[in-house]
Design a protein around this ligand. Sequence first.
Ligand code: ADP
Ligand code: MG
Length: 249
Amino acid sequence: MRRPRRSRSAEPVPTAGPAQATGGSGALIEVRGLTKTFATLDATITAADNLSLDIAEGSITALVGPSGSGKSTLLHLIGALESPDSGTISVAGQDITGLPGKRLAAYRRTVGFVFQRFNLLPTLTVLDNVAVPALPYRTDFDPYQRGRDLLAAVGLDGRENTLATRLSGGQQQRVAIARALLNQPRLVLADEPTGNLDSSTGEEIIRLLFDLRDSHDTTLVIATHDNELAKRCDRTVQLRDGRLVPGGS
Ligand code: ADP
Ligand code: MG
């Protein structure tokens, strides 16, 4: 990423709680006894089955496992896009399960989400896609200015006014990464971010994500099917049927 290295003390990253707070174990994320079921017409599916897991601040974790093993569900639960049936998730010392509306929205703004299908708004320009998540809120920064800076950092300067869907898949994923970084999240959750990209474009996206840890000490959790990518992460967490498979690294 071409963004210059910037110290946190100069421009604090918004956080869910006290600036560098972590939970009792020292981990940024502490998942305890997490269970999530989905009721379908003919069955109840346990997508997270009594999961417990710690994720260290500034680490890069690969979340692997076959399709349907619960990777997306776990990311959605950590990002508070869904709430669990039982169990707790503490992020920076704050239990984020069952937060009331305003605090929930505040927590979500400290998390950047990158999806496999990019999830850009097709009728908006590239810059609007990046800035729009901040517009409902009062911010201490100009979302459009920061959006331009982030687009330059992901190599998309000059494309600000293009409709998002006019871009290639790799470019759309870069827009999605810029959007995820708008609030300077300390935590980025990426759900198969290279799943729809060819391998060299995927590699560029992975480099952008890994750079975040190097430049901003961002904690990354990346769900992936790519074993080569998983090997490059600090740690691999393997899921099967909503449970942790023992023996990950
Ligand atoms: P993965 O990301 O590893 O492919 P998911 O977390 O998407 O796995 O899914 C885990 C299980 O939960 C799967 O059996 C899936 O079909 C089911 N599931 C996920 N979301 C829903 C939902 N909204 N409604 C019903 N079942 C769901
Ligand atoms: Mg998934």
